[in-house]
Design a protein around this ligand. Structure first.
Ligand SMILES: NC(=O)c1ccc[n+]([C@@H]2O[C@H](COP(=O)([O-])OP(=O)(O)OC[C@H]3O[C@@H](n4cnc5c(N)ncnc54)[C@H](OP(=O)(O)O)[C@@H]3O)[C@@H](O)[C@H]2O)c1
Length: 183
């Protein structure tokens, strides 16, 4: 277990805990991001540089595919899906599709030499949390209420205790908190 890579979540939610609208749109987040001063990325680039591999859900992959440019450069990306069979040829060098259970995914990535994983997508994060495989969670809370949408968190079998690491309030109202998951 101790050999497994570190697994970190770095995500934005509405104040009422949603990562996207029900149909997957993140227009509210894109709009909020325009209120940040030029050059302020709330620590994203530094976090991104600290990871060697991304593990993302199929729905997050579909959102990212709709962006004008592929945002993950040459980083290794694992897309979790039982439905997706292949990825666009231009991404075949770095992107693979897995459909294993979370623990097996981490064991495979350990064998590849991965040390720090960026885990993304609500259902994906929930499935790793359920198996006690998440180490750190950074949530940037956006000052907006959506009322409904896709939740970051869901039911858990037992309480998951967290240790607060730090919180920073940005001038535009974003509030970012980092927690370690007690294992
Ligand atoms: N606010 C933010 O910062 C932020 C960040 C990331 C994403 N998002 C948004 O969140 C939305 C997606 O979140 P989501 O909760 O709907 O989904 P998600 O986690 O991105 O994708 C869910 C899908 O991943 C696959 N999956 C997850 N765990 C699996 C496992 N262990 N084995 C096999 N397949 C697995 C399944 O695909 P199959 O159905 O193919 O089996 C499942 O339907 C998108 O709209 C995205 O834009 C927002």
């Amino acid at each position: 277990m101790s050999n497994l890579p570190k697994v970190s979540v770095f995500i934005a939610t509405s104040l009422d805990g949603f990562i996207a609208r029900k149909d997957g749109r993140i227009d509210w987040l894109e709009k909020a991001n325009t209120t940040l001063p030029t050059g302020e990325d709330c620590g994203y680039q530094s976090f991104f540089e600290s990871v060697d591999t991304l593990v993302i859900g199929r729905k997050t992959f579909e959102t990212v595919l709709s962006f004008e440019t592929w945002p993950y450069g040459d980083k290794r990306v694992i897309v979790l899906s039982t439905q997706l069979k292949q990825v666009p040829p231009r991404l075949a060098k770095t992107v693979s599709v897995f459909s294993f259970a979370p623990k097996m995914i981490l064991e495979n990535l350990t064998a590849e030499g991965s040390q720090h994983i960026y885990l993304d997508g609500g259902r994906t994060i929930q499935s790793f949390l359920a198996d006690n495989l998440v180490d750190e969670i950074t949530v940037t809370s956006i000052p907006v209420l959506l009322g409904e949408g896709l939740p970051l968190f869901s039911k858990v079998m037992a309480d998951i205790s967290l240790t607060h690491i730090k919180t920073h309030a940005y001038a535009n109202g974003f509030v970012q908190s980092r927690y370690a998951v007690q294992k």
